[in-house]
Design a protein around this ligand. Structure first.
Ligand SMILES: [Cu+2]
Length: 148
């Protein structure tokens, strides 16, 4: 085997080894963060330590219903260090809830509720908004998440 072929073989093996390591890291990461990825609503996949918040999108506001029965509109109240599962539905057309600070984005589709689980870690006030054009007042469909 001449040295050029030998070098190419070494380069190929090194690149494959790097790709394999990156693939293993990614698969493990995604496996540990499955709940953070929006999926169809299913109470059996809500983590045991998670508090469910029912979210309804409609033209043109977001409404949140908490486990104690209270509701809020365009304000989402959560506590840092606690796990929440948003179960998101729509009353009319397709909306899309984005909470950029948490990296959370979940579609509100009429007749097909979706859910996403997250844990806020930082206290403060953060914006959320609808990122699917849903009618003339779509731009009003935004609010604040208060993390206490
Ligand atoms: Cu909308």
């Amino acid at each position: 085997m001449n040295s050029k072929v030998k070098n190419e073989l070494i380069y190929t093996i090194v690149v494959l080894a790097i790709l394999l390591v990156v693939a293993v890291i990614n698969v493990n990461y995604i496996d540990g963060h499955k709940a953070n990825i929006a999926q169809p609503e299913n109470n059996s996949t809500v983590p045991a330590n998670s508090t469910i918040i029912k979210v309804t999108g409609y033209q043109w506001a977001w409404s949140f219903t908490y486990t104690n029965g209270t509701t809020s509109t365009d304000y989402l109240y959560v506590t840092a260090g606690h796990t929440y599962t948003l179960q998101v539905q729509s009353k009319d057309v397709i909306h899309d809830l984005l909470i950029p600070n948490l990296g959370v984005q979940v579609y509100a589709v009429p007749g097909h509720p979706n859910q996403v689980t997250f844990e806020p870690t930082k206290q403060g006030t953060f914006i959320f908004e609808c990122v699917e054009y849903c009618g003339q007042d779509h731009y009003l469909m935004r609010g604040y998440m208060e993390v206490s």
